[in-house]
Design a protein around this ligand. Structure first.
Ligand SMILES: [Zn+2]
Length: 223
């Protein structure tokens, strides 16, 4: 939407320049001045209007690279919900991956607007002391990546994601220690408060869903 507003403003500026080129002298033969102010205002406005879109596309590229690093899938895409999409969104989930009728996942996810905002804040920080909202947002990216990798069940996706939150944080630029701490905080502070269908007794150290990864949230922090 904003892109089209931006394109419209550039088109208007070009139309004004074209009109000046076509009628460079007035009816008395005097040279007409180039409409510098109106063209400048239109072009500056076009740049200003396009900034949120450019920033969103940059963030989506960063998040997509992280999701690819997590899953090994080359063709997936992470989309950050736009303002217009958020306006008509009635869903309560923080991210979404659609599954096809044959049970395979679409290779794309929508991360909700607030969580993309938290991820942008996290990306812009030194990542040593993330807020709880930022920790949840990093986890949402991991969780939706697990869905894109083919895990459909919420408890299974949640458990696989918790064991990769440290990796996600590091793919987004955190140090190993900061990533490990982020994963541990999700496991300790957020996971116990998740709805029943997101939790499982089999998601615990030594239990069936434990993948015995060295960066699991329940692994001792060594550094
Ligand atoms: Zn899910």
């Amino acid at each position: 939407m904003l892109v089209w507003v931006s394109v419209g403003l550039v088109a208007l500026a070009l139309a004004i320049v074209a009109k000046w080129l076509a009628f460079r002298r007035d009816s008395l033969g005097r040279p007409r001045r180039f409409p510098v102010i109106s063209v400048a205002v239109l072009l500056v406005s076009a740049v200003a209007v396009s900034i949120p879109t450019v920033l969103r596309l940059r963030e989506e590229a960063t998040l997509t690279r992280a999701a690819t690093g997590l899953t090994g899938l080359r063709t997936l895409h992470v989309h950050c919900q736009t303002l217009g999409e958020a306006f008509v969104d009635a869903g309560g989930e923080l991210g979404l991956v659609q599954f096809r009728p044959d049970g395979t996942p679409e290779p794309s996810t929508i991360i909700k607007r607030d969580q993309c905002g938290d991820l942008a804040d996290y990306l812009g920080s030194d990542k040593t002391d993330p807020t709880l909202d930022q920790i949840v947002a990093v986890h949402v990216l991991t969780h939706e990546s697990m869905h894109m990798a083919g895990i459909r069940g919420e408890a299974q996706a949640e458990c696989a994601a918790m064991q990769r939150d440290a990796q996600t944080a590091m793919l987004l630029g955190a140090s190993e220690l900061a990533g490990t701490k982020l994963a541990a905080r999700y496991w300790e502070d957020v996971y116990p408060r998740m709805p029943d269908d997101y939790r499982s007794w089999e998601c615990a150290p030594g239990a069936r869903m434990d993948e015995r990864r060295p960066d699991a949230p329940w692994a001792p922090i060594t550094s």
